[in-house]
Design a binder for this molecule. Structure first.
Ligand SMILES: [Zn+2]
Length: 397
């Protein structure tokens, strides 16, 4: 009970600074009980008193905040296009980010380079208290979260069946967690982004593939072993083209960025238009400028995504849809199309409109999301940070 109240307070403070009386009000505890809890958190050094807020009507209560230096975490993203690592503070803010060049390397060489980078980050940006929440790794799915193993994501062969949790153990960081990148992004949206106001929502990350994550009643829905949440591989056409997953007409075959661009190039050639649309930004710049072909293809993409989203909403009746990935660039046009489709066809449309939101987390939230994986475990009360004794450079290698 007491531990539960303490965690509840910490989770609230993770999102925003709140005074003792605001915390008491939101938790339903008495002010006396809240003063006790906050007193303990202050002694433990996990929260600090922030500067008193300015007010015209006299003194305002002092807001409590998480101490950013209480414990750090390391995030690592390994993707098909590149890898990056960074250190985040207790409030989830990245203190640094460092790309890791591993293109063309073997798994063994990649691992060596990644570990060298992580050791360097731990030395250069040491946690002020020596406490670390751990290492959070995000990669394309499917992954086995329980074992910390990458399973068999397409076009990711050198990492198939790599148990990163074991490989990273000798860094001495304590906890190592692996998560599918779309799931990590979903939790970052829940805590810091477009999912803050929703208890239940679906996130779609539209890029080279379509990743997704679902939050139900404030908790990430993870399925049995990491193969769930594959909205990109739900079919929207029985007679559609055969997908690599074995199903026909998967939404990814119509709405992923490479598919839309390939169609734009093909039709551009047929219609004798300038066919040099090599990237999403060019495509969206032309759509925004009123190019009829690009606009038509964007509508078709929205129709494909919208249909898949309506399927999900009709099954789970979620509160909101969050879009992220490459499609955030000039994303308002696509967002509005999808929202219209959703609110013209979802079964609950007579009762309420479901908002479609663009992620506010900026262009590259993956690293912040990866560093958030261990933090998420801590704020759920599943583990405690570890004091890490850094080896000297000579010994640490
Ligand atoms: Zn498929």
């Amino acid at each position: 009970m007491k531990a539960g109240n303490r965690l509840n307070v910490l989770r609230m403070l993770r999102r925003e600074g709140l005074s003792r009386s605001e915390l008491a009000e939101r938790t339903g505890l008495t002010r006396a009980a809240m003063s006790l809890i906050v007193g303990e958190l202050l002694v433990d050094g996990i929260v600090v008193e922030a500067a008193r807020r300015k007010s015209v009507s006299g003194r305002r209560p002092v807001p409590m905040e998480l101490d950013p230096g209480y414990a750090y975490s390391i995030g690592l993203t390994i993707s098909r296009t590149g890898s990056e690592a960074g250190v985040a503070d207790m409030r989830g803010r990245l203190i640094c980010r460092q790309p890791i060049e591993i293109a063309g390397l073997t798994r063994r060489e990649s691992l060596r380079r990644i570990k060298t980078c992580l050791r360097g980050l731990m030395r250069t940006y040491p946690s002020p208290t020596g406490r670390w929440l751990g290492l959070g790794i995000s990669t394309p799915g499917p992954v086995d979260v329980a074992a910390g193993t990458i399973l068999n994501p397409p076009n990711f062969d050198i990492w198939h069946n790599a148990c990163l949790a074991d490989e990273m153990r000798d860094l001495g960081l304590g906890h190592v967690f692996l998560e599918n990148n779309a799931q990590a992004l979903t939790m970052a949206e829940k805590t810091f982004g477009a999912g803050r106001q929703s208890r239940s929502f679906v996130l779609l990350e539209v890029e080279a593939g379509i990743g997704s994550g679902i939050v139900i009643k404030d908790a990430l829905y993870s399925g049995w072993r990491g193969f769930g949440n594959e909205i990109g591989h739900t079919s929207i056409d029985l007679n559609g083209p055969l997908c690599s997953c074995g199903l026909r007409g998967c939404v990814e075959m119509y709405a992923s960025v490479p598919r839309v661009l390939a169609k734009a190039r093909k039709l551009g050639r047929l219609e004798k238009k300038n066919a040099r649309i090599n990237d999403w930004r060019t495509f969206m710049d032309r759509s925004a400028a009123g190019d009829s072909l690009c606009r038509r293809l964007l509508k078709e993409q929205a129709q494909a995504l919208g249909t898949a989203i309506v399927n999900v909403i009709n099954v789970l009746e979620l509160d909101a849809v969050v879009l992220t990935g490459d499609i955030l660039y000039r994303g308002e046009i696509l967002r509005a199309h999808i929202e219209r489709i959703l609110n013209q066809t979802a079964i609950n449309r007579w009762l309420r409109q479901v908002p479609v939101l663009l992620s506010p987390l900026g262009e590259r939230p993956e690293l912040m999301a990866a560093a958030g994986i261990p933090a998420e475990r801590f704020f759920q009360g599943l583990m405690e940070p570890m004091k890490v004794q850094l080896k000297s450079k000579k010994l640490g290698g």
